[in-house]
Structure formats: C-alpha cells, structure tokens
Design a protein around this ligand. Structure first.
Ligand SMILES: O=C(O)C1=C[C@@H](OP(=O)(O)O)[C@@H](O)[C@H](O)C1
Ligand SMILES: C=C(OP(=O)(O)O)C(=O)O
Length: 409
C-alpha cells in the first residue's frame, strides 16, 4: 500500500502518544521466559518481530520462520542449539537469507552445537539438531553484530557451566550487549563485562519476576524528528519511558538538543518540546556505532533542516533490513539532496532543495518509511509499501494521524 502524506502541521492539542514496549527488550524477555517460566512481562512490544518471536517459542513445528526479525533469528539459533532432542529448521524472509550468521554459528559449534546450512554457507536457513554443550568458553568477532553476542548471553545461565565469551576486535552496538546483561542481572543472574571478556554464571532457577518493558526509544526517534521540524513551542508527549533506560537509543535526548528539541521526564512520560536552538552548528557530526537504528532518522532530520551532516560508525547498516546506506543515498537524492557514502559513513551536503510529491521506496525496511515520514511537515510526499512499519511499530500511521498528519491512500 502506497500512501500520500499531504503537507501537514502538528495539532498541539492531541499530542500524547502511547508507544508499546521496546522490541529489543521484549524479544530478550520472551527468550528468558522460555528458559525461566516464572517471568511475567508487561508492556510487551506489539511489533511483528515480537509476535514472530513469541510464536516461534511456543511452536512445536519443526520449521520456524522468523520473517524479517533479526533478533529472533539470532536469539532462536542459540536457543534451539541447546534444546536437546529438538530438531528445527530456522528460516526467514529472502532478506534474512542474506543477513550473515556465520560468526554465531561458529561460536555455537565450538560450544558443541550441531548446526548446518541448508542453502548458502554462512546464512539462514539453518538446520539445528538440539544437543548439550561440551564447553563453556568461546571467542568470537564482535564488530559485525552485537546480536550474536546477546544470543549467547541470553542462553548462558541455563548452560551447565555458564559461559565465558572473549570478544575480538572493536565491539559494535555495545548498549545492546549491556541491555542483555542488565536484564540477566535484574533476574538475579551474575554477570561481568571487563575489557573484552564477558562471563555469565549458571543459574537453574530464579524468583518470580514481573518485568515491565520500557517503551521503544527507536520508535520515539520519529517524534524527535517531527518536533525538530516543527515551530518553536510545539510539544509531544510519549509514554511510557524510564529515566534510566536500558536502550542505547535514549541518547536521542542529547542528540536532538542540537536540533532544538528539549526532553523533560514527567512520571514515565517524555515531553518533547521545540525550543530555540542553543547554537547553530555548521555541521552535525556523530559516531552512531552505539545506536545504529537512529541513523536514518537523523539523516532525514538534517536533510529537512538543510544541515550538513557526517555520520560515522555505520558499518552495520548494510546488513540490516536493507543496505540502509545505499537506500538513504538513493531516496535523499530523489528528493534533491546530495549524499556520499562509504562502507561505514554517510555525508550529507547542506542544501535547501526539497522536491515535492516524490515517492519514497522503503526496501522492506520499516525505518525507511518512518524516517522519511516527518518530511510531510515540509512538503507532500508518497511512502511506498507503507505497511512495512509493522516490523517494529504497527500503529505508526494512526499515531501520526492523531497528531495532525494528513494521510490518504
Ligand atoms: O540486540 C538488539 O536488540 C539489536 C541490536 C542492533 O543490531 P546490531 O548489533 O546487529 O547492530 C540493532 O540494530 C537491532 O535493531 C536490535
Ligand atoms: C536492525 C533492526 O532489526 P533486526 O536486526 O532485529 O532485524 C531494526 O529494527 O532496525
């Protein structure tokens, strides 16, 4: 479904948005709940990725399809590897079959797992014959995806002798690893993370727990962008957030100060308000290796504001839902901008070009659709295959309508 976003302004009267739980936290907690049944989860994400994860964990079928969900693919590979006696084919969408998994599979094989590739070496689909681990120490490369590391950490406390991971090279997306460790610690599981070594102690049972998932900060990013493009005084309230987040994307509150967006916490709510900017930077420079999922949002914010930006630390973007660097370049250039990309960076030139009525291709990537939507505050545009947002945020278009976006098919 392609949708038309007419040029819109924010309706300040009805500007409270309830965003559901973080999909990253939700998918970790679902896996932990499968390992320890006495965890109750509140404010679970309503995303496709979380639905897929939940269905996969309760399925008794020997074919499990996770569609586009990267976390589900990686976390379930580790989970099924040591479910002794269970045989599973773990597969996904065509794009999932292009997203590498060799580093995780090699680490699991080193620990004793029986996993084979059914199509291309190093990529899903996988045939997993559940077995028992034979070791508790493994070394793996840490600069490709933190999800491989989180996958191992999540199953670690249920392995007979826990787990010791040695990480090689630069560690990417570190906040996601810390999120995994914090969730384990909240359950009473002992962990440590020093230099390049992470240890998790074995723990067979935990006390009853109620885990309340904080709402999704990556989803909040689109509202940061919307406020950045609005006039001074415009406000939006988002719920339910925590002052001490486990999510690395909470760095948005600092980053968007540069665009004149002030964040105030009010009892589990984030109030975003457009204020006069403190300074007028000539270029926005950010290393996003800790928060890759907000790269698209920030690029489009800069483009809409006519700002130059140089984003680095983007080496993981080409193996996500699409090659996000290429997708950003292609779509921004359609709108009249100029973008240069390398394998790990993006440079956007300052310009005030913004073509109208351009149809934005979304490449099966929810974040392409959502990142470009705020441009409707500047001009009218079309978003192709708009339903793609359901991967992380099914209610996105409805929420935009409630704050004043004019959307039609
Ligand atoms: O662990 C997680 O929940 C995630 C880790 C990140 O992936 P990488 O570690 O592959 O960068 C992030 O991009 C993804 O959306 C969610
Ligand atoms: C990269 C993402 O998800 P995943 O890797 O879990 O598919 C994302 O949501 O931006």
């Amino acid at each position: 479904m392609n949708i038309l976003l007419q040029q819109s302004t924010i309706n300040n009267l009805q500007s409270e948005i309830k965003i559901t739980g973080s999909k990253s936290e939700s998918n970790r907690l679902l896996l932990l709940q499968a390992l320890y049944s006495n965890i109750q989860i509140e404010n679970l994400s309503n995303s496709d990725d979380t639905r897929v994860m939940s269905q996969a964990l309760s399925s008794t079928s020997n074919i499990v399809d996770v569609h586009h969900a990267g976390t589900a693919m990686r976390f379930l590979t580790a989970y099924f590897a040591f479910q002794k006696g269970r045989e599973v084919v773990l597969t996904g969408s065509d794009r999932m079959k292009e997203r590498p998994i060799k580093i995780l599979v090699d680490a699991l094989r080193e620990l004793g797992a029986d996993i084979s590739y059914l199509e291309t070496e190093g990529f899903p689909p996988l045939k997993i014959n559940g077995t028992n681990p034979t070791k508790n120490k493994v070394t793996l490369q840490a600069n490709v995806s933190s999800q491989y590391i989180s996958a191992l950490l999540l199953i670690a406390p249920k392995l007979e002798n826990g787990l010791e991971l040695t990480l090689e090279g630069n560690i990417t997306s570190v906040p996601y690893i810390k999120m995994t460790l914090r969730l384990l610690e909240d359950l009473g599981i002992e962990t440590s993370f020093k230099d390049q070594t992470i240890k998790v102690k074995q723990q067979s049972a935990i006390n009853n727990q109620i885990a309340t998932v904080e709402s999704d900060w990556s989803s909040a990013s689109y509202f940061y962008s919307i406020i950045a493009l609005s006039k001074v005084g415009t406000k939006i309230t988002l719920s339910s957030y925590k002052a001490h987040s486990l999510q690395g994307d909470a760095v948005l509150a600092d980053i968007y100060l540069q665009f004149g967006v002030k964040t105030t916490f009010k009892t589990n709510r984030l109030v975003l308000q457009k204020v006069e900017k403190l300074n007028n930077l000539s270029i926005i420079e950010l290393d996003l290796s800790n928060s890759p999922d907000i790269a698209q949002t920030i690029t489009v914010t800069c483009f809409a504001l006519g700002l130059e930006c140089l984003l680095t630390g983007l080496h993981t973007l080409k193996i996500k839902e699409t090659d996000r660097l290429l997708a950003l370049k292609t779509e921004i250039e359609k709108l009249g901008g100029m973008v240069t990309i390398t394998t790990n960076s993006l440079h956007l030139k300052a310009s005030n070009n913004l073509k109208s009525q351009v149809a934005i291709a979304t490449y099966n990537d929810h974040r392409m659709a959502m990142a470009f939507a705020p441009l409707a505050l500047k001009t009218s545009l079309i978003i192709n295959d708009a339903e793609v947002v359901s991967k992380s945020y099914p209610g996105f278009w409805n929420d935009l309508k409630t704050i004043g976006f004019q959307i039609s098919q």
